[in-house]
Design a protein around this ligand. Structure first.
Ligand SMILES: [Zn+2]
Length: 273
């Protein structure tokens, strides 16, 4: 483990409106370049620049839409309203473009620096930006599946007629409140959290479980010097105090600056003179 890892904590600690300093940008760029196995963990803040509302901030979706509509119980009891709500959400995704965050993470994967993106987002924008190894913990709104036979198909089917050929109800292929996370994706994400030496959190408030237990796992590994947790988020998170580096601000701005800094660094993480 490099000495830089976990050596300092960024300006995020010093105040609510803190903006990442150039020193923090350099530190994160060095962590990224020196990591042997970096994994990203993203939340709604990665997609806000694409025009999608986040969920838990003061402007978030759950302040405007009752959370219970995205629940298993609501789907079972009020299927028509449930369908109308999700049709709106799927339609809202049309024409939405990946943000700077999605594009930069896709580039870092192509460069071999980033090994996987674990995401809590269901918008499919990481895949659209070109990321190959994406683990969507909460499912994927671009597909739907039959509640009876389990067959998966593009969400267009759900938009036109929410019933499968077998007669079962179609529902978005996302995790509803009251449902478990998809077992295979969870298993793989857990493996990535165990394997990585750098987990980069981007745009997540780290308040949703069990997803947030993955960065928590990295924090425990950090205590043994095995990994570093770095957090890029607009607001404070419960793990800020334990993270190796915290950069607070607009995720797209910060990643863009880190990306520029990476271009200046040599392959060993030292500045190119
Ligand atoms: Zn079916």
């Amino acid at each position: 483990m490099d000495q830089d890892h976990g050596a300092s904590v960024g300006s995020g600690h010093s105040g609510g409106q803190a903006v990442a300093s150039s020193g923090d940008i350099q530190r994160l760029a060095t962590l990224v370049r020196r990591a042997r196995y970096m994994v990203a963990f993203t939340g709604a803040g990665a997609s806000t620049e694409s025009g999608l509302p986040d969920f838990r901030s003061s402007q978030g979706l759950w302040r405007r839409v009752p959370q219970h509509m995205a629940s298993l119980a609501f789907m079972e009891r009020h299927f028509d309203e449930f369908v109308a709500f999700y049709r709106q959400r799927i339609e809202a995704l049309k024409g939405v473009q990946p943000s700077r965050v999605h594009r930069i993470l896709a580039r870092w994967e192509a460069a071999g620096w980033l090994k996987a993106v674990i995401t809590q987002n269901v918008d499919g924008l990481h895949q659209q930006a070109g990321s190959r190894r994406v683990l969507p913990l909460h499912g994927d709104l671009r597909t739907c599946r039959c509640q009876r036979c389990g067959r998966t198909q593009p969400s267009e089917a759900f938009l036109s007629r929410p019933y499968c050929d077998c007669g079962g109800r179609l529902r978005p292929n996302v995790v509803l409140f009251g449902e478990s996370l998809p077992a295979a994706v969870w298993q793989q994400s857990h493996q990535e959290a165990l394997r990585c030496d750098l987990m980069l959190v981007v745009g997540s408030s780290l308040e949703v479980y069990p997803a947030a237990s993955l960065p928590e796992l990295v924090v425990r590994r950090a205590a043994a010097g095995e990994a570093v947790l770095a957090i890029v988020n607009r607001d404070p998170t419960p793990l800020d105090e334990q993270a190796g580096l915290v950069l607070r601000g607009v995720a797209g701005d910060i990643l863009e600056q880190v990306d520029q800094e990476l271009a200046r660094l040599g392959s060993n993480g030292d500045p190119v003179e």
